[in-house]
Design a protein around this ligand. Structure first.
Ligand SMILES: [Fe+2]
Ligand SMILES: [Fe+2]
Length: 196
């Protein structure tokens, strides 16, 4: 069974912000968004893309100066064939991966749009805040706590504009509210972020 083999393959990819738990959340959220929108989607391709879309951010795949989406696209065929994933669906998996980031524009294919929105939503709300705080001092995005708070602010302001499906926009509103509340309270408790 290819799913079990793929899960076994991705086991080492743990990370507080973009590891296997993120992969699973994005898969479940993409399915949920598709259901809410009554969209016909291929669950197999969403599953494969979910567990491989960020592998370009992990050793031994990551390449300096190259977007992690492109690295994942370059490597996913070989991995998918090795776990006996249906060959004819690999093209769709690549399309999903190529547009997954909030800064990328997904294609018009249902799977790619819902997946892009699911991955973007995972940077928003309480889970988005948790992920960003978890990488303080560990990743280039967040050298220190203050930079992480400004990134949360930036995501609050900009990510809602990167959602394509109505279902994701609705969910995005709730997550924006959670971020706003957090930022407002933190501002009050730190003299407008001065004392972070
Ligand atoms: Fe990514
Ligand atoms: Fe991701």
């Amino acid at each position: 069974m290819w799913k079990a083999k793929l899960l076994e393959f991705v086991k080492p990819f743990t990370h507080p912000a973009w590891g296997i738990t993120h992969f699973q959340r994005v898969y479940e959220l993409a399915i949920k968004l598709a259901e809410k929108q009554d969209l016909d989607v291929d669950n197999d391709s969403l599953f494969a893309a979910a567990y491989l879309h960020d592998i370009g951010a992990f050793e031994p795949y990551s390449k300096k100066g190259k977007d992690h989406s492109d690295v994942a696209i370059e490597n996913c065929s070989e991995i998918l064939l090795s776990v006996d994933f249906p060959k004819e669906k690999i093209g769709l998996v690549k399309d999903i991966i190529s547009g997954h980031m909030f800064y990328a524009k997904p294609s018009d294919i249902n799977e790619s749009r819902t997946f892009h929105d699911a991955d973007t939503l995972d940077f928003m709300g309480t889970i988005g805040i948790s992920r960003i705080l978890a990488i303080v001092g560990k990743e280039d995005w967040t050298p220190d706590l203050k930079s992480a708070i400004f990134l949360i602010q930036k995501f609050h302001d900009e990510l809602p504009l990167q959602l394509y499906t109505t279902a994701a926009k609705e969910m995005g509103n709730v997550r924006m509210y959670e971020m706003k509340k957090f930022l407002t309270r933190l501002s009050q408790q730190t003299n407008d972020f001065e004392l972070i």
